[in-house]
Design a protein around this ligand. Sequence first.
Ligand code: AMP
Length: 468
Amino acid sequence: MADDDAAGPETEARGPKGDDAATMAMETDVTSVPEPETTGAVSEVEDGAPEGSDEPGAPEGGARSAETGFGGLGLSERSLRALAKLGYTEPTPIQCGAIPPALEGRDVLGSAQTGTGKTAAFSLPMIERLAEADQGRLRGLVVTPTRELAQQVERAIRSYAATTEIESTVVHGGVAIGPEIRALEWGCDILVATPGRLLDHVERGTADLGSIEVLVLDEADRMLDMGFIDDVRRIVAETPSSRQTLLFSATIPNPILYLAHQIMREPMRVQVGLEKAAEGIDEVIHPVDRAEKHELLLHLLESRTEGQVLVFTRRRDTASYLSDYLRGRGLSVDDLHGGRSQAERTKSLQDFRDGSTRILVATNVAARGLDIRGIRHVFNFDVPDDPRDYVHRVGRTARADETGDAITLMSPHEWLMVRDIEKLTGEPIERRSVEGFEPSIEPLAAVEEDEEETSRPRSRLTRGTRRR
Ligand code: AMP
């Protein structure tokens, strides 16, 4: 059995893509997908408003949450105590929208951007249900695309279940399977897993999914992108059809919608926000020549940043090169990507989380779902080739009401990719050159567009004047 993440959860080798831009997918009419085996009407709830409610459901504006906080969602005293301990006072929109129907036992198809509190939105109802009876038997399953996300989700579940007897464990590729087998033999109520390793356990007979009551598919669109969708189908087939299914995805492209219709029963659709970066993030693009990006990054890191910094690169070798380069200049830096062992990945993330490393250079392995408080700056050393990754990357800063900035270094040949990002988010990003680092050529695509407009033959490259 191939280990999931074996090639690292990178986007370098992408699987089949969801159909179109995320925003379009959000508006997809459910009747436009092919007739699934089992269909169900999808009740839609915008911005987390409970079905049948006039209230928007957001903590700021939603009368329901503002008046009653978590108490109004139908959670037990036990869960409320766990939330109080964590310092959560108001539910987020996705929590307002997803918790009540999930507590009723309904399937939920949730689309929420990263950092919106969706882990609690699916975990709390699952914990409530499983805490009722029969503890020590595997009845809850959460499937996530990456190892790091699996670890994070399992940690979160432990904190949400702190006032119960519920036990959870995590299995994922890249680590020895023996300790996982022993943990599964010991018994747990909730298992968090990446797809390949989970199927490995199923085949070995060390994980039995025959008594799963609640199945959560987290970051489903990312699993689709990473080519895990067939594994996901196999996992679903191992679980009883009587289960409750909660499917969460930042975007709902047609293949995910189709999957949802096949595996869910009359899911309540809960949709929060459009595909754009979270509030509180200052975004800027610095045009710069490719060959000067590393010097500009060093300059900005030294002169304009304080606190934790996450730097994204498209490729593993760039991440590792940049990390060496910055370390050589005396900065506190580490790198995280699929080319490193799982032990190294876990350690570099832990060092970054606890602040012993200030700068983490990472590929998209760290773009999705990872929740690290206190990241003040996110740099895109490369413009991501999938515009949705931009949204996920910049979402690593300004978590939970903090503020932060997202700085993208754009070389002339990356102009088109930036244009795709702006199309997706619907908002232009400010371009600002940094003195001494102005690019020597105009963006290629800009020149090409000019040519289309004027229909006059011109040179592809228009040389600008360097002001250094
Ligand atoms: P998630 O989107 O599940 O990764 O959550 C993002 C961050 O928000 C995590 O640090 C959670 O602990 C935090 N969080 C989730 N729900 C709430 C809430 N209702 N109030 C305050 N923080 C929350």
